[in-house]
Design a protein. Structure first.
Length: 163
């Protein structure tokens, strides 16, 4: 049974596609790519059908990640097929929990940086869209740091299903 993770930010062109690409790479490195499906979406549909922001693509490629992305808007009906919905900031968390059809679905929504112990109480990944390249690099660092803990949590869930 496939474990499904969806990363969500505002427009699905900066943070969430970056998290999707990084986490998909971690899943593959861990040998879980046949067991874990990773995608992303935005809380809004402004960029639906667009590719990732060119600055996102540049930072990912500079750091050895494969890219390729088409933005889409998160739909409440997706909760039934998802195991984990990963919000990139507190606003997304609030919006997604509000969209959740059931309490069980609302419990599927978590903040990405909650998987990064060094994050402390600062759990938002700042939106780099209106800034320069350094904001995208910072975003990648935060995503990579949280991906280790997220991978451990997903691995435990996947192994719990198989056992």
């Amino acid at each position: 049974m496939t474990y499904r993770v969806c990363f969500v930010c505002t427009g699905n062109i900066c943070r969430s596609p970056m998290a999707e690409v990084v986490f998909r790479a971690r899943v593959a490195e861990a040998g879980l790519d046949g067991l874990v499906e990773v995608d992303s979406a935005g809380t809004g549909g402004w960029h639906e059908g667009d590719g990732a922001d060119p600055r996102t693509v540049a930072v990912l490629e500079e750091n050895g990640y494969d890219t390729g992305h088409t933005a889409r808007q998160f739909q409440p009906s997706w909760f039934s097929r998802l195991d984990l919905v990963v919000a990139l900031d507190a606003g997304h968390l609030r919006d997604l929990r509000r969209l959740a059809p059931t309490e069980e679905d609302a419990r599927k929504v978590r903040l990405l940086r909650s998987y990064a112990p060094a994050a402390g109480d600062d759990l938002d990944v700042p939106d780099p869209y209106y800034g320069g390249a350094d904001g995208f690099e910072e975003c990648l660092e935060m995503v990579e740091a949280a991906s280790t803990g997220l991978l451990a949590a997903v691995r435990a869930d996947v192994e719990g299903r198989v056992a």
